[in-house]
Design a protein around this ligand. Sequence first.
Ligand code: TYD
Ligand code: MG
Length: 447
Amino acid sequence: MAYKCNNCGYTSIEWLGRCPKCGEWDAFKDNESLNDPKGNKDPDKSPTPLSKISFDPKERIPTSIGELDRVLGGGLIPGSVILLGGAPGIGKSTLLLQAATNISREGKVLYISGEESSKQLKMRAERLNLSSDDLFIFSGGNLKKALHHLKEMDPVCVIVDSIQSLQGPDSSTSVGSTKQVRELGREFTKLGKKKDTAVILIGHITKSGDFSGPKTIEHLVDTTIYFEGKRDSNVRLLRPDKNRFGSTRLLGLFKMTENGLEEILNPSQFFAKKNGGTDQKGTTTVCTVEGSRPILAEIQALVTPSNFGGSPQRRTTGLDYNRTSLLLAVIQKQLGLNLQEFDIYLNVVGGFKIGETAADLGIVTAILSSANEVQIPRRTVIIGEVGLSGEVRPVKSLGSRVNEAEKLGYTKALVPEDNAGIEQMNPKLDLHPVHDLPAAMNKLNLN
Ligand code: TYD
Ligand code: MG
């Protein structure tokens, strides 16, 4: 016997009056599907040797948006379910309306909109210059009606915008509640598999940053992708979090323009200056690898005397705060530079986010460049992870980072001495292997 909380899905072997996870009262019901495995089993199917299972490698359906296809692993798989999460206003509807129009070249597409009226969607489509006879808009917030159309139409793809705005099968719980979202997730997953339709579910992150509702269906879906970006920047990142049919190390890059979302096809050119760096103190160019793609990006540091008397300001945009704090501690301890009386601001230019430790040396040298008021030589890219004792540690894919820098007109690179095969790397670039922070400072005359 097992009991399941109707609100959050928490399971327990005994009945409980109040759910220990979500705090809901009287939400435990005995769960038939948990006790009765019939629901999960197909009695006609017997175990089959893996080698005997026939697999028809179905064509993936391209969305014809290169950056989206890349993140999906090459397009949509019929019968698969994708969850697209993101903050309101980030561009989820825009992206999927553009994708839906493209997909409709392959077959019918049903766009279920619980958030916007058909007229609003039409206005958006006009603005984006999109039109299709095979893209059907159903503006209504009721699952039953949506399913009816879905069954009749037999589309290749159905888009639900959003899963939090649809009334599920159980009208006693409110729209957008965790329970509704979970039931809707289950319904659409079942339907997608049964009809071999690709399903894309939009889930939005609330203003307070909560994604707990859509997160409860993450185990059901095949792929979860987040659409991210800053309000004050037009750069948008498509980041897969889970993908049963592709890598999660790939990143899609877009910019939001007057005419909808445009792909950023050459990210290095977008995020770093062509022909190398600026004359400003505190600016360095680093090279990060996103998926298999090397991307040059510019880091700016501003180190100024603190005016507050209390604890100094530390702000980072586009960089991991904890990693940066660690690097500041390394600077203080290993280089003996006291930064306590300085405010430090760090920024990645162009709204790009760097999550890779290969940018450590670039961050440290940007801080030193600003603190010591020394400019980093032009056309120099700085690559390396920094360890706690101030050593410069090797990074993966150094060769492709160096090549990318050379392509963009850079002439010099600081690289970790311990990386293998430096001698065989791009001869057009002047490579300077360094083994620790003092060596890097010497090479850049940062003392
Ligand atoms: P939207 O796709 O509605 O976001 P979401 O579905 O994630 O809530 O996009 C909303 C924002 O995008 C809105 O603030 C206006 C902007 N936008 C553009 O800048 N250009 C465009 O062509 C479109 C359609 C929207
Ligand atoms: Mg929307």
